[in-house]
Design a protein around this ligand. Structure first.
Ligand SMILES: Nc1nc2c(ncn2[C@@H]2O[C@H](COP(=O)(O)OP(=O)(O)OP(=O)(O)O)[C@@H](O)[C@H]2O)c(=O)[nH]1
Ligand SMILES: [Mg+2]
Length: 201
């Protein structure tokens, strides 16, 4: 049986006023464009086509809300770091992400998807700051690890652990080979089971 038999798409928001009602708990998926956020969300929920995946990154700047089951949501945040994004779109991204982290009472955890063939970028680190500064735990998925040899993956994981220290937990992940999917789901469930941290100030 599917892990989440009732998982469903709720809505896409292009503006903060369109965010889903801020009740219950939710875990957000963030990461560079094309890092594999939507693929991770699909494989973790066991639903192939829940979130749209694409080979052309940075096209849409939407916050997509999904319901796992009553009162528990996953949020696919718009990707960042795509070189060809026009300034107006970058500004819109900052507006959306800024509002999301500032307002969202139901945010209880952040999953950051980082392509295992690249290192953690400045915006990834900024996402960690946003989350930890409001007491939100962060878990990193080093994605597409099917593209690396065993030796390379071990090295990448070790280096990420050094960079992150105790600011976030981290693991290897592949939506293709399914390596690390159970571990990622456990981390997500742990976050969802935790109390929502009220936004201060
Ligand atoms: N080899 C491999 N390819 C992957 C994996 N996960 C995703 N991809 C591919 O990477 C591309 C981007 O995947 P998405 O899941 O759409 O990435 P995204 O982060 O949601 O991208 P944006 O929404 O555009 O920011 C697609 O072509 C996927 O098929 C993986 O684990 N291994
Ligand atoms: Mg996506």
């Amino acid at each position: 049986m599917a892990a989440y038999p009732n998982v469903r798409f709720l809505k896409s928001a292009q503006e903060p006023v369109h965010f889903h009602e801020d009740l219950g708990v939710e875990v957000a998926f963030a990461g560079r464009s094309n890092s594999g956020k939507s693929s991770a969300l699909n494989v973790m929920t066991g639903r192939k086509d829940l979130a749209r995946t694409s080979k052309t990154p940075g096209r849409t700047q939407l916050v997509n809300f999904f319901e796992l089951d009553e009162g528990r949501r996953l949020v696919d945040l718009p990707g960042y770091g795509f070189a060809k994004v026009p300034p107006a779109m970058q500004q819109h991204w900052r507006h959306l992400i800024g509002a999301y982290f500032k307002q969202r009472q139901s945010l209880v955890g952040l999953l950051i998807i980082v392509d295992s063939r690249r290192s953690l970028g400045p915006t990834d680190l900024q996402m960690i700051d946003y989350a930890t500064s409001r007491g939100c735990p962060v878990h990193i998925l080093l994605s597409k690890c099917d593209k690396l040899s065993r030796n390379e993956s071990t090295k990448v994981l070790r280096e990420a652990r050094v960079t992150l220290g105790d600011s976030a937990t981290v693991q290897l992940f592949s939506s293709i080979s399914k390596e690390g999917v159970d571990e990622a789901r456990k981390a997500m469930e742990l976050m969802l089971a935790g109390p929502a941290d009220p936004v201060s100030g």
